[in-house]
Ligand binder design. Structure first.
Ligand SMILES: *Cc1c(COP(=O)(O)O)cnc(C)c1O
Length: 381
């Protein structure tokens, strides 16, 4: 697309990202490695830019979801270690080795397939073994009566030729959720993880990097750091709802007021006529809609930041536009910036209106929205 005046854009702040890396590192024990999760285009922030900032900030590792994401980093000159957390077919073993990419291994059959392919390719594939301690997703299943079998398959997988089992990891299901039952479950996942490692090491395995700390664990279970922390959401400034770490949002989603008009009482707004003006209403039209990643579910139940304060959104959100009530903000005029989320308009509130979590809204900011690298004040202005 050619560059013309932007309807909406996402400002990405390198300063705020670097601030967050420093704040997170300061919360970790000395010597703990730091992996930055940059899957899903760095939660919408731009994977290559984010990876380069993390590389410059001295991060030790990056993680992505799939081979294409890893290859995008390599093609753009990112040379630091990259771990693929998700599934890759063993058919791509040679590509993984050639680009020096670390692959997560989800079970014994996968390990054997990677091992055979690595031998055929005449190389060694660096892997991190995934241990399933209760997420019931990828990993050697080590819960309940599966423990002994899971551990022996894990140890056996580590001994296969063509594989270098550098690491072992697990993933928590509720480390970010409060409550006694969630804490019990998380502590049990950690206990199983460390018990599986010990048992596998008794059977000859050796892991240089043991890791389990996602954002929730980093915040609530600092004692789970082991050899490496693996935050995603916190890096981007979200997830610390109590504000313990002083993190700063790295993305500011912005649009403009296209026009402003005054409606008479009784006038309805947008598709479906789901809002009716009860009084004389100053209505602004914004250049952002659900095709940009603003969920239609938020219609009539969210507010955005205009210079001067928050303004409620009115009527159904359209594909490319939506409407804003400026009756209480008489100074707002066409051309003014409106912040959808960022330091002034809280993403958590918008997520609640969309009945989802901040992760989904960050990832939802669509390809049509240009990312602009630009530092912005982390404080409400
Ligand atoms: C996405 C992901 C993370 C990061 O999770 P956050 O909650 O964003 O910190 C860590 N580990 C794995 C395996 C993941 O899939």
């Amino acid at each position: 697309m050619t560059e013309t005046e932007k309807r909406c854009w996402a400002e990405i702040s390198p300063e705020n990202l670097l601030h967050n890396v420093r704040a997170l590192r300061a919360a970790l024990p000395a010597g703990c490695r730091f992996l930055g999760v940059v899957k899903a285009d760095a939660y919408g922030h731009g994977a290559v830019e984010t990876a380069k900032l993390l590389e410059g900030a001295g991060a030790d590792y990056l993680a992505v979801a799939c081979l294409d994401e890893a290859l995008e980093l390599r093609a753009n000159g990112v040379t630091m270690p990259v771990l693929i957390l998700g599934h890759s077919s063993a058919a791509y073993t040679e590509t993984l080795i050639e680009h020096d990419i670390t692959q997560a291994v989800a079970g014994f059959e996968e390990a054997r397939a990677f091992s055979e392919a690595a031998i055929r390719a005449g190389g060694t594939l660096r892997v991190h073994m995934a241990v399933d301690t209760g997420m019931s997703r990828l990993g050697f299943l080590c819960t309940g009566k599966n423990f002994d079998r899971g551990v022996s398959e894990l140890a056996h997988a580590c001994s296969l030729p063509g594989l270098d089992a550098e690491g072992v990891f697990t993933h928590f299901a509720v480390a970010d959720e409060p409550g006694e039952e969630n804490e019990r479950f998380t502590r049990e996942q950690y206990r199983l993880f460390t018990a599986a490692i010990e048992a596998a090491e008794r059977q000859g395995a050796r892991f240089a990097i043991r890791h389990c700390m996602n954002s929730g664990a980093l915040l609530h279970y600092p004692e789970f750091a082991l050899d490496m922390a693996r935050p995603g959401l916190l890096l981007y400034g979200y997830g610390d709802t109590e504000g313990k770490l002083g993190l700063r949002p790295c993305m500011r989603l912005v649009t403009r007021l296209l026009t402003v008009k005054t409606l008479s009482p009784g006038a309805s707004v947008s598709y479906g006529r789901r809002f009716t003006a009860q009084r004389e209403t100053r209505l602004g039209v914004l250049g952002i809609g659900y095709a940009d990643g603003l969920p239609r579910l938020c219609s009539n139940r969210c507010a955005f930041a205009v210079a001067g304060g928050m303004a409620p959104q009115r009527g159904s959100i359209c594909m490319d536009m939506c409407m804003l009530d400026l009756t209480e903000l008489p100074e707002a005029e066409p051309g003014d910036e409106v912040e959808i989320f960022g330091p002034a308009a809280d993403l958590n509130a918008l997520s609640e209106a969309a009945q989802t979590i901040p992760y989904e809204l960050l990832c939802a900011v669509s390809k049509r929205v240009p990312r602009v690298i630009k530092n912005f004040s982390p404080y409400r202005v």
